[in-house]
Design a protein around this ligand. Sequence first.
Ligand code: UDP
Length: 372
Amino acid sequence: MKVLMNAGPWLTVPPPGYGGIENVVATLVPALREHGVEVVLASVGSSDLEVDELISVFDDGRFGELQKPYNQVMGLAHAHQARIVAELRGRDDIDLVHDHLEVVGPAVLAAYGGPPVLHTLHWDLRKHPQFYGAFPSSIKVNGVSESQLARAPEALRAASLGAIHLATPLAGRRVEAGRGEHLIVMGRVCGLKGQHVAARVCQKLGLPLVLAGPVSGRDSQAELDAVAQDPDHPLHGHPDVRYHLDQVTPYLDGDLVKWVGAVGGEERDRLYASARAALFPIQWDEPGGTAVVEALALGVPPVGLRRGCLPEIIDHGRTGFLADTEEELAEWLLRIDEIDPEECRAEARRRFSPSVMGERYLELYEQVLRGA
Ligand code: UDP
């Protein structure tokens, strides 16, 4: 089977540090290739994931341009997608397209009408309601959690073949890092991920907290200050940046809460693996939660609010804790030593390994091909 895997034009695969979809593709592709699937990756030219072929329109990731006006961002996505359509027109050896590009991905592929398409929903489906309300009927989709699909508009649910949870190459791998005292939030710094709640809880309990992740692509306080002081900067007034400055910055004054910017590679793995617990005080219905699955794989018990995909990933009392309120979150944090890290690791190996994800996607590909 030959699959064209569309990772979009925003970041390289694998991503340099933060990266949602690109991480998923980097995890899935090696598992598929182990099953003999040939992969043509549509990404940017500097991606260095091992694949059978790479196609691209841009040399480097365009993540930095996501803050531009909407029509310019769409223009970039359309240019990337047009390259894929041109490729599909010129050859007949692609059996299936596995698409991960929000909005323009399925729309363009459906209009072209080439090989069958499976589109993976990575998103918070409240975005782009018109688009998802009138989803092209020729395209099949899958979600990354049951809760995401349960909240999806009817047209998407009709096209859905089910949910496949996210996976991590850290499942089954041992990262050597001594256990530290700190708790951690690993993720984009924004209102949805709730870093301010984590900071408030840890300050109340007197527990050290590390916040790791970019703020709208910015990695240091100096960069954020520059944005805040420059009214002509494209990010000036951007909600994520304002969120950081208004809600998180006040907690960074003391010694207890630290923001370390985005971390990647082994540095990320060690920082994450040495935490006592991973906090997910999410303020939205988290669709997939790669960082939750990674915490389990590293033997770092996750503690989060009972929303979105978290109840599907965390087995309350066995592999982590789920809380309904901020107060409860604090109570469970004090009982974190009751969770056995080995139980977390075993759960990740059993449910969230790349080979489990690869097998599930192969099943879906076969289902899509049979339907076509
Ligand atoms: N991440 C990272 N460095 C950071 C912050 C996050 O490598 O500084 C990674 C994190 O480990 C996870 C991904 O970025 O693999 C975030 O994916 P998730 O599904 O948790 O959140 P999203 O941002 O996609 O909503």
